[in-house]
Design a protein around this ligand. Sequence first.
Ligand SMILES: C[S@@+](CC[C@H](N)C(=O)[O-])C[C@H]1O[C@@H](n2cnc3c(N)ncnc32)[C@H](O)[C@@H]1O
Length: 367
Amino acid sequence: MTKLKLVREGNTEFFVPADLRLENKGPGRKLRYGFYNPAMEESRDISVAVVQVLVNEFDREIDILDGLASIGARGLRIANEVDGDFNVILNDWNEKAIEIAKKSIEHSNLSNIKTSCEDLNVLLCKERFHYIDIDPFGSPVPYISIAVRSVLPGGILAVTATDTATLCGVYRKTCIRRYGSKPLRTWSMHEIGLRILLGHIIREGARFDRALYPILSYSRNYYMRAYFKVKKGAKKADELLKNIDTLKTYDFDLKEREVGPLWTGNLHDKGFLVSLRDVIRKKSFRNKKDIEKLVDRCLDEIDMPPLFYDIDALASYFKRSPPKIFRMMKLLEKEGYRVSRTHFRDTSFKTDAPLDEVIKVFNDLTI
Ligand SMILES: C[S@@+](CC[C@H](N)C(=O)[O-])C[C@H]1O[C@@H](n2cnc3c(N)ncnc32)[C@H](O)[C@@H]1O
């Protein structure tokens, strides 16, 4: 066994290989003995809170799967930090990573957690869970079509994608091949990419008469993350599919372009976010402030139209200094349009105003 060191996230201690470069940024490193990326702590904090909301909803024991667990950081934290009646399975096909996970289970003396060491797709063919977490290197596509069938009704599917360059249009052909959808490199590419990911997962669910409702979907620097409430029913799936469509938007030169097909409905569920905010308030996360800001911004953008405008992108197109975002938003509101901030960028806002109206207001503030 390789040399190990103990790290702490939230209220949980666990072992990671000692030769990991522990730094806050970057995609982490793939290691023979298992993978641990400290920059994903915030994503694990949010998983802990999401599972707490789910456990609170059920009045009986539920089953949680950390499907691509590596050394188990996410599942160990769920087992240790969520209150209630549930069991966790940590699965990874890397035996060395699972050996390390077992040491952490022993260290924390946890009785509600077990390990499994097999191909995730094989495990998902055999067993069902109330919560399935899929946190791969790169694209989640290889696991989705089985995962949508293996979540028990009323449960949650959680998915990470780190193939953001593909989803954001750097590798356009790969996106069309992998997700069946046209991306675009523009200021709102992260929202377009996230909606392409959601569209793919919702369509996969619909193929098996499963309705996957997005309850929280967000984008961070180098990953995207989506949580779905899963229900059974062909009619429900048909209803969801009505929200999958192409969209017209603009590139950096303000030329109209078509993107999609992608998910055009809400990225989050309001009731779920309110419960999540209550849970987060009670947890002791290192990234609590950032997470609260994220959830608040997600609440702001509910029921707003897809995609957004960006004051920096407009400023760079017109070669002027960007105005203050709240002044832009106030003026548009005065003109009778709806406006909100968005979690995607601090310099962006959502509105139902068309581009020429946005440009008019931009000109009023900058000329
Ligand atoms: C990004 S890491 C997981 C990180 C972890 N969830 C966390 O929060 O720290 C992806 C893991 O998936 C595992 N893996 C890849 N393909 C797999 C498969 N088909 N079945 C099981 N494990 C797999 C790899 O061994 C690797 O440990």
